[in-house]
Design a protein around this ligand. Structure first.
Ligand code: B12
Ligand code: SF4
Length: 580
């Protein structure tokens, strides 16, 4: 028997992330093949890169043709919230080509909308819900041979005109029993980096997150020995040294993480790894231990800088802990990524401002990155239960979904809000949608160019800077516009204002360059480009051969300029003109 498995389609940016390996599908391949079922993995990312409507529609056809070419006895789609519409469009095409081949779905989104999915699309035959290792072989065999599924746990299927859902089946209590995923299929893609699934489930229940429900509210971690074995296996077979420990909250059990770190230290390996944490499930001594055991990056879901909203969304972080943790992470030499969400139904202007302030604060902490996304509403969450009936189709609302291309995709999504809610937005009576829409772009600017913006504020004043950022955010909303375009925008604004201080403009350009080129590694920055020499936060600009301009900024965001006539060497700073 042969199954064709189709992983979630990702955007090119997502696919570039080493965590993008379809671990779920790779895990199933190991189990199915061991039982004598031949698997083909058909990935759709390359077919769907071109987002012009005709090209996209051809891409959907090509992907369906590729699936058909594997001559499957059954086709299985893996779907998360953003990839579900594309999976449905491709499944429809597969059914047109292979009238009798069963089509099944699994994965995080298919699981939570299983009933609605079968109700809406007659060409989907069944859904497997949740963790599938224990049930997938029996499921695939039963569906492909047309057997009844009513005695099988964790499945949803059609029985005449009614949809039947069976109770959830057992899940693995010991994740060490899992096969190693078949990473050989993808190992060469990310330049010596690979994801390793460290565990499943999260003990917290934040209102907007679907993960704890999906993993049956059970937090499980692989043993230290097992995770290390997987790393060493990949080191040996795929020449990989850097690993992304995939788990929504790796540090949920600090003692287990300590054991893991000590285990790595005893192995004297040279492995590097990244993971995710909450600021209240980590502490100074653990951070130091993690660093010594090879941790190079930690992802923190902070979500909001407002203590009030923390409680409302039941994330319940005590935000006063964040400065201490962020500083310690940096001091230890670990890169910190801090992620925020905007667009919660109860969010106020004050909450938004507090989030932006926190992002501004973090931007001054070396070796950090901040992210801000508009809320994407997930079925199965408490937020969805409360607000799922009053959502509005808005494909440009969040960057956490795929681009909506062509009328077929648009109509499909628009007519099934409950299935594709990630493409919809929630109402907010306190902040205008236009303002909320701009927040991620403004956060991006604040996060990547803080001192440059301080210079601009010195020249433009607060309200003008705010207008400028706002109008840039409008441009940015049209696409993933990078920080460079904000600079161009700001410069135009300065010039349009006749910014008398030519020096201010020089300083601005130079500082922008420091931050665009220099941020990220927390070590000394040395770069040379055209007229600019950048050295550890100082910029020398060889302005039209008459001398140099040195621009500096200190940790408090104060900006100074020193002009040295007739000298093209770096000079010790002797005087400064403060602009901010
Ligand atoms: C790594 C990761 C990613 C990777 C991509 C991984 C990939 N290729 O699948 C990246 C970083 C690109 C990513 C992006 C996004 N992600 Co993400 N991601 C994860 C994460 C942390 C791990 C995924 C993983 O590898 N799990 C381990 C494997 C073994 O589990 P699995 O894939 O679910 O597969 C099991 C079952 O689902 C089932 N199964 C899966 N497919 C199939 C198919 C069939 C036929 C069958 C029978 C069974 C079956 O069997 C597997 C074994 O038990 C999960 C959280 C989590 N812990 O799962 C979030 C998660 C999947 N992501 C999520 C989200 C929301 C996103 C984003 C929208 C961005 C965001 N805001 O986070 C984007 C969307 C990407 C896209 N275009 O679809 C949500 C999805 C919620 C939902 N309802 O769909 C999750 C659950 C996180 C959460 N906290 O809610 N993500
Ligand atoms: S947001 Fe993080 S802490 Fe909250 S439930 Fe999801 S994974 Fe757990």
């Amino acid at each position: 028997m042969r199954i064709s498995l189709v992983p979630s389609v990702l955007t090119p940016a997502e696919a570039a992330d080493p965590c993008a390996a379809p671990l779920g599908v790779l895990a199933l391949v190991g189990i199915l093949e061991k039982s004598g079922i031949t698997c083909s993995i058909v990935e759709g990312n390359d077919c769907l890169i071109d987002c012009r409507p005709d090209a996209f529609s051809n891409g959907l056809d090509r992907l369906a043709d590729q699936i058909v070419a594997t001559q499957p006895d059954i086709v299985g789609f893996s779907a998360m919230c953003s990839s579900l519409p594309v999976a449905v469009l491709v499944a429809r095409r597969v059914r047109d080509r292979l009238l009798r081949t069963p089509i099944v779905f699994g994965g995080p989104q298919a699981t939570v909308v299983a009933r609605d999915l079968l109700k809406a699309f007659a060409f989907i035959d069944a859904v497997f819900q949740g963790e599938a290792e224990l049930g997938v072989v029996a499921f695939v065999r039963a569906v492909s041979s047309g057997k009844r599924l009513d005695r099988m746990p964790s499945v949803t299927f059609r029985d005449g005109v009614s949809i039947v859902q069976t109770p959830a089946g057992p899940i693995l209590s010991d994740l060490d029993r899992l096969e190693f995923p078949r990473l050989a299929n993808v190992a060469s893609r990310w330049n010596g980096q690979l994801p390793i699934e460290a565990g499943r489930g999260c003990p917290f229940r934040c209102d907007f997150c679907s993960t704890s429900l999906f993993w049956s509210h059970r937090f499980r971690l692989k043993s230290a020995g097992r995770i290390l074995d997987e790393m060493l296996y990949c080191r040996k077979h795929y020449n990989t040294r850097r690993f992304h420990l995939v788990h929504d909250l790796f540090t949920a059990d600090r003692e287990r993480v300590r054991l893991f770190c000590r285990h790595i230290l005893r192995s004297r390996s040279d492995l590097e790894w990244t993971c995710s944490a909450r600021v209240d499930t980590i502490d100074t001594s653990l951070i130091q231990l993690m660093r010594s055991a090879g941790c190079v990056q930690i992802y923190f879901g902070v979500e909001t800088g407002s203590q009030r909203l923390q409680r409302v969304i039941r994330k319940n972080l005590v935000l006063s802990r964040l400065p201490e943790i962020a500083s310690e992470v940096t001091r230890a030499g670990i890169r910190g990524i801090y992620s925020f969400i905007t667009g919660f139904p109860d969010e106020t202007y004050d909450d938004v401002e507090e989030t932006l302030r926190m992002i501004r604060w973090l931007a001054d902490v070396p070796n950090t990155e901040t992210q801000c996304h508009c809320l994407s509403l997930l079925p199965g969450t408490r937020l969805f239960e409360t607000h799922g009936d009053s959502i509005v189709f808005d494909p440009k609302w969040t960057d956490a979904v795929l681009p909506v291309v062509g009328s077929e995709m648009r109509e499909l999504i628009a007519s099934h809000p409950r299935l594709f809610s990630a493409y919809f937005r929630l109402a907010n009576t306190r902040v205008s949608i236009e303002a909320l829409r701009r927040v991620p772009a403004m956060a991006r600017a604040i996060g990547c160019l803080p001192q440059t913006l301080d210079v601009a504020r010195g020249v433009l004043g607060d309200s003008q800077l705010c207008d400028t950022l706002s109008s840039w955010a409008d441009v940015a909303l049209e696409g993933q516009v990078e920080a460079e375009s904000l600079l161009v925008h700001l410069m135009r604004r300065l010039v349009a204002m006749g910014a008398g201080a030519r020096g201010a403009v020089d300083a601005f350009v130079a500082l922008a360059s420091v931050h665009l080129r220099g941020r990220g590694n927390g070590t000394e920055t040395v770069a040379e480009s055209g007229d600019l020499v950048i050295r550890n936060g100082l910029v020398a600009w060889r302005g039209n051969g008459r001398g140099i301009v040195v621009v500096f900024s200190d940790r408090n965001g104060r900006i100074g300029i020193i002009r040295e006539e007739g000298n093209d060497q770096h000079k010790t700073v002797s005087s400064s003109i403060s602009l901010a």
